[in-house]
Design a protein around this ligand. Structure first.
Ligand SMILES: Cc1cc2nc3c(=O)[nH]c(=O)nc-3n(C[C@H](O)[C@H](O)[C@H](O)COP(=O)(O)OP(=O)(O)OC[C@H]3O[C@@H](n4cnc5c(N)ncnc54)[C@H](O)[C@@H]3O)c2cc1C
Length: 508
């Protein structure tokens, strides 16, 4: 993973402290305030120091920054403003970056104006949706904050939904379930839908309906030249193809249009928790037969340690088919070993989608590694069981793929990894601030496990990994060349590089 505590941040923090001490907090005139939000912004009395896309320090003039601020319907936050610390905080509390400017966009025009400002000033720019990028890619000099753009419009007759670019997964689940429809969304409801979908989008319905990106049928996007474009199979189709897995490389997405599917709002779901003595059998079963079970059955497996130090293996099972067939579908798993606990029951899908919200709440600290497993061999099962040591902070997690995900051709979307059985993850996560020594040890532990497990992976999920350009290139395989063509066309100077970066090969 990239260094999450860049030196330039520390330097600028010092700089901002001295320069912005001269700023005076004052309320912005009415039209800049969002209803219900009490917010002040600094009267700009001083220039703002920032870092350019190429890493150089630059000074933004008072007039230029004021012009940007006045051009927004939303607010522009600077260090010292009310709301600045809240807006710069992202999910992983280990990320502690201080943007020079945070543009809290209220609509596509705010995005256009922010992008134009970033381009004109050659600023490093990031896009924040749900803030779940574990390595903090959504925070930098000019942070385009989409989180206030979060409404969802469902067209029940056409079975489609249009979600604004700052929507969270829970916003979409909530509105679509109202009319008995759903699309694949992530397993934690406060994850940003745009970030998740643009990189791929695994979830509890993906074996049935495909990845979130497979259900993306259109989008509105502001490309780095400041143009607002609609994207569909008929309009800019190569851009739609690239948005289905190519991440945030091509512009700021202001709306996503999804295909929806009929889905019973009630699912049959819960955990089967097994004793560690049964872990090998359970994992072998998952590896060998998991993906042969019906598409309506999704199983995510966690190796965990209880507070009193006991290891367990837990299978989260979600049956999204006809409830009367649930027991049959789960029968084989239940026959592998006798679970210590079996909490599977009928439950609203939207409630189940929130079950991990608290254990994955904002402010957590996490370091993780992950990769896609195509061949879940007995050798991998052996290694996993062998190396998982009792540690309540550590989990190995297997997020299932297969089913509808694997029936899409690797070249049909930018997301190429169609033969993966599951996404294997290994992390340490904790809630309390740590000492440097503790942090280093926790990161080292994950890296040590990953050194053993990584050789069993084939590629990675770009939404979870921060890898070099070389690795990103090989990860996209034969789709990379086509992605470069789209990047050359829509972001030839690589203004948007805080992502699994597709490097353009021409300069405009
Ligand atoms: C707790 C947790 C649970 C997760 N669960 C799942 C899961 O179930 N399934 C899954 O597939 N992944 C999951 N992920 C990974 C998740 O898909 C990525 O972290 C994703 O990038 C999150 O998007 P975000 O908007 O929340 O993040 P942010 O940090 O806000 O954004 C991350 C990146 O997404 C891009 N981006 C975001 N919004 C836009 C936009 N409007 N336009 C253009 N680019 C944009 C940008 O490149 C940005 O740097 C999870 C991550 C966490 C931390």
């Amino acid at each position: 993973m990239a260094n999450i505590f860049p030196e330039s941040d520390m330097k600028r923090r010092e700089f901002c402290r001295s320069v912005l001490a001269t700023s005076v907090a004052a309320a912005i005139p009415g039209q800049h305030l969002i209803a219900g939000e009490s917010q002040c912004s600094s009267e700009l009395l001083s220039t703002v120091q920032a870092i350019t896309a190429s890493g150089k320090e630059t000074t933004l003039g008072v007039a230029a920054v004021k012009e940007l601020k006045d051009s927004l319907r939303g607010s522009l936050l600077l260090n010292g403003d009310d709301g600045y610390d809240h807006a710069r905080a992202v999910w992983n509390a280990m990320i502690n970056k201080r943007p020079a400017l945070i543009a809290r966009c209220e609509g596509p025009t705010d995005v256009v104006n922010s992008i134009n400002f970033a381009r004109a000033n050659s600023l490093r720019v990031s896009v924040r949706g749900g803030g779940h990028s574990i390595s903090g890619k959504s925070v930098c000099e000019l942070m385009i904050d989409m989180s206030n753009m979060n409404s969802v419009r469902v067209n029940g007759r056409a079975a489609t939904a249009s979600a604004d670019g700052g929507c969270l997964e829970g916003h979409i689940d909530r509105e679509t379930s109202l009319v008995g429809l759903a699309t694949t969304g992530g397993i934690v409801s406060h994850t940003g839908a745009a970030g998740l979908t643009l990189g791929g989008g695994y979830g509890r319905l993906c074996r049935k309906f495909g990845l979130a990106c497979d259900n993306l049928i259109g989008a509105d996007i502001v490309t780095v030249d400041g143009t607002f474009r609609h994207v569909s199979n008929d309009e800019n189709p190569e851009l739609l193809w690239a948005l289905k897995g190519g991440g945030g490389n091509f512009g700021v997405v202001t709306a996503l249009e999804y295909q929806l599917h009929t889905q019973n709002p009630m699912v049959t779901a819960g955990d089967l928790v097994f004793d560690w003595a049964d872990a090998r059998n359970v994992l072998s079963f998952y590896a060998e037969y998991g993906n042969e079970l019906p598409d309506e059955l999704n199983m995510n497996v966690t190796l965990l340690t209880t507070a009193d130090g006991e290891r367990r293996i837990a299978v989260e099972a979600v049956w999204s088919g006809n409830p009367k067939d649930a027991d049959k579908a789960l029968g084989t798993l239940r026959s592998v070993a006798k679970p210590l606990a079996d909490t599977v029951k009928m439950i609203p899908y939207t409630s189940f989608q929130k079950r991990g919200d608290n254990s994955n709440r904002h402010g957590i600290r996490q370091y993780m590694k992950s990769g896609l497993v195509s061949d879940f061999s007995e050798a991998l099962v052996d290694e996993v069981i062998e190396i998982y040591r009792p540690n309540p902070m550590a989990n190995f997690f297997f997020m299932q793929a297969g089913g509808a995900v694997s029936r899409v051709k690797p070249t049909d979307t930018a997301f190429p990894h169609r033969s993966a059985h599951c996404n294997m993850m290994c992390w340490n996560k904790w809630f309390d601030p740590e000492t440097n020594k503790q942090r280093a040890q926790r990161i080292a532990d994950v890296k040590a496990d990953w050194a053993i497990l990584e050789p069993f992976t084939h590629g990675f999920y770009v939404n979870l990994n921060d890898d070099s350009e070389k690795k990103t290139h090989s990860n996209y395989g034969s789709n990379y060349g086509r992605l470069v063509e789209v990047k050359n066309k829509y972001d030839p100077t690589n203004l948007l590089k805080l992502n699994a970066n597709i490097q353009p090969t021409i300069k405009s």
